[in-house]
Design a protein around this ligand. Sequence first.
Ligand code: PLP
Length: 393
Amino acid sequence: MSGRHFLQIPGPTNVPDRVLRAMDFPTMDHRGPAFAAVGTKALEGMKSVFRTESTVVIYPASGTGAWEAALVNTLSAGDKVLMYETGHFATLWNHLAQRLGLQPEFIAGDWRHGADPVAIEERLRADSGHEIKAVCVVHNETSTGSVTQIPEIRRAIDAAGHPALLMVDTISSLASIDYRHDDWGVDVTVAGSQKGLMLPPGLSFNAISEKALAAAKTAGLPNAYWAWDAMAEPNAKGYFPYTPATNLLYGLVEAIDMLHEEGLENVFQRHQRHGAAARRAVRAWGLEVLCLEPRHYSGSLTAVLVPEGQSADAFRRTTLENFNMSLGNGLSKIADKVFRIGHLGDFNDLMLMGTLSGVEMGLELSGVPHRRGGVQAALDYLSGREQTSASAA
Ligand code: PLP
């Protein structure tokens, strides 16, 4: 099919040419003198993206590895952890905790909201013996497009006077939705390369507070590949305890430069604006945004419910076959009921309009009942010509 493929799943995202070019160099000796500058720049640069003065580690692994690293470095067999069912990825993290021999307690959610701080505070207040060792939440639930307000979760833990560690998955929010590891009092942040960081898959990260580093000293779960303490010495000189993903690190350094050239605040605003435009398109089509709470709307992606009796997967197939565009699918509980529009990473107004045009044409072609005019509604919003008062951001 002629023309470029539109990769509009909510990650992996489009890799900008600058990042591709930065990786297109011979792989260097990862123990040689030239490498230290790359390693140091990557580690220091990630601190600026996490907004932390504390420790960052980088793994040659997908995000799942960084989930595991967060748990095995800080916890012991049988420890209770409190998790919140925001959607599919929170559920997978919960399964991973079970497999590691932890005792996760899963607060049920409806997959249409971020985590509820009131429910978390209540559960922590009831835990007077402080058996719960960690609270784990997903910042941007990629399966639903709902954002948990992390400062509210921090306040809930503090209000309960509970010492549990706070762990946050930012795999689809870091470098696209505002996030502050230090200011928000997070102990372990988990991230991955393939979304807001505009890289191919293959790197993942932990940002680690002093409190989490202290917990790691007494934690009992076995860990080797994921061990934070093995990182400290080589990382201090810009090296790694094993072979790093050298060329991905070249790309990471470039991607961090790009983020700072644009300015993180501008990056966040760009994503919010595209999210708002996409939601206007969805409403104009007469379809429903999956996230029900405006305060939880995501700047990274928009999950859209198709009308009862319609197949979201058939619509996505038609869109792929006819317009060469990939959209995200509905996962597990919401399989075939939802499609997801990714609008994160290296993305601009024209790319959003191309994407929304593809969705509108795909809806028409696959016979999903809808009204025309979603593309126009998004355009009116982007160009500042919107007439109606903001019914919802
Ligand atoms: N957490 C979230 C929020 C995700 O979106 C994903 C993947 O999409 C993961 C965890 C798992 O990461 P990975 O597939 O890179 O292992």
